[in-house]
Design a protein around this ligand. Sequence first.
Ligand code: 0RA
Length: 684
Amino acid sequence: MSPAKSPAKSPAKSAARPAKASTQSAKTTKAASKTAAKAAAKRAPSPAATKSKYTAKDITVLKGLQPVRERPGMYIGSTGPSGLHHLVYEVVDNSVDEAMAGEADRIDVTILADGSCRVSDNGRGIPVDPHPENKRKSAAEIIMTTLHAGGKFGGEGYKISGGLHGVGVSVVNALSSHLELEINRDGARWVQFYAKGGVPQGPLKRTGPSKKRGTTVTFRPDPTIFEETEFRSQTLLERLQEMAFLNKNLEIRFRDERTTPVHEQVFKFAGGIVDFVRHLNAAKEPLFKRVIDFTETTKDSEVEIAMQWNTGYYEGIHSFANNIATTEGGMHEEGFKKSLTNVLNRYAKGKGLVKDKDENLQGEDIREGLTAIVTVKLRNPQFEGQTKAKLGNTEMRSLVEKATNDKLAEWLEMHPSEGKAIIAKSLQASRARVAARQARDLTRRKSLLESSAMPGKLADCTSKDPSESELFIVEGDSAGGSAKRARDPRTQAILPIRGKILNVERARLDRMLKNEEIQTLIQAIGTGIGEDFDGSKVRYHKIILMADADVDGAHIRTLLLTFFHRQLADLARYGCIYIAQPPLFRADIGKERTYLKDEAALRKFESEHKTSKIEVNRFKGLGEMDWQELGETTMNKATRSLLRISVEDAAIADGVFSRLMGDDVEQRKAFIQENAKDVRFIDA
Ligand code: 0RA
């Protein structure tokens, strides 16, 4: 079915599941895997060492949280960048729960100069009274040191609780080297400190009176658990912005105190998901100005839908349940799609825009160019599916279906010119679909005729086992030539591409299939694209983009990533897409040669080798390296380092891609400027 299992296993380490939170690159390097092994060793202290450090009481705490330290992946997905950022989301989710309960309207997230993270809210504050079952401890301490103790306190507690992430703030405590808890409640301020692994350093203490209310958690991720502990502000910002979109009027402030000047950003959206839709369509051309928006509430659940079509060709329906991205869809999304198709067909025929005798419009025709947010909040969310990102509650299907049936039909009645534009666009899409099918049949037949023949430009590997096979997509013929000489011909295939490939963000399928470069890629990869995609046919479990480290190279990489994101999304989801990291510098000291990946690495090298006898060479492009150098630094499995692309949250990725690749030049410029310092992540 999908290549999910084997390729996910092959890299040095792999996330247990593509976590839900954000878009970012995970680094897979030899060094990283060594670090992970070292971390694993450190994670299991010898009993003797433990005994000398902790009292009996602390050992109980350690035992309680120990499962988290033994298997962090089970709780936060991975110990890579994705898991690291999850810690922040976990704490923020608790604060957002307070906001959802109507008890807080502001959350502050600060990365302190020392690299730790502080999350503060103005909610009720975690309860401080002695716990009814264990009178020696405060409820707060129990919450911080017991697994799954999150929302069970305070009777009614949370009305609606952030399901999936809800592993509890104790998980963050378990995976921190230091955590400080401050609670302002009932006119007093309380604090408690925890050492490595969540061990309390004394009880929760009242420090004095306070007029404030709320909870502040400051934590430092444990460097013996995580491969790296540096938060990436862009990743956090994207998720925090999404949270603010999903919770109308909630003010989320972000501060990064590691930089001078301090970087600050405030998110607060009076329009909620209407603003989210406008944001997603910002770099596109909307079909009409209005955003359609409706809600439906029952005793203990609510649904809100906002949507707007653009003149583009992609469907962007993003659904959420209790603020969690349900990337695998589920009942709410099903109900929405079904009703959308029915309502628009009924409308089109009722208004004579489609003749009674004509075929109905298909769902996919109607959804072309549609950007929609479907968000539900409910009491007992059931998360299912491979990545636990699919909503299983059937009652949500009927609720969303009913809301869409009634309210969308009503909206269309009141907005006839918009209604007409939607139907006209759907009819166009349906004609294009027929044309694309013909083009696709043609390519299919062609590849059948040529049987297993691969494109002439491809220097294929001899192995036919996808799990050990790699495809290098190389910019330019000359670098392609070097790569061919440097490769391991048994497992490494080379596909040189010349110039810029087609920007698929702005092309319909029929045009795409006529493009030679795209055809070659599709043939080489073997899975087919779009709705034809079949992961079991993938010919390589690693597809590695190798382009120059300059602006042109970045552009080509981005075009390729756009193609993968839009047409082969599952490959990225399963972690098959990588970016090669050719070094930018070569430093020679006498006969000793070192390759350095970027300016930062060069500066570090220079500071560690205080001789004025370093000869530094900067590579302008792949073409400047000879084939031995290219092999050693960039391709050889034993010495290279690769960036793995992971798309965790499609809504965020969509926003990024349409800003980067869409029609609006100003948006693109702004994006590139904002991310210029983080150029290695520009494509992620
Ligand atoms: C348990 C019960 C109540 C609130 C909270 C936990 C709570 C937890 C966190 C974590 C971060 N911020 C938070 N704010 C509140 C309800 C307390 C009550 O009924 O007064």
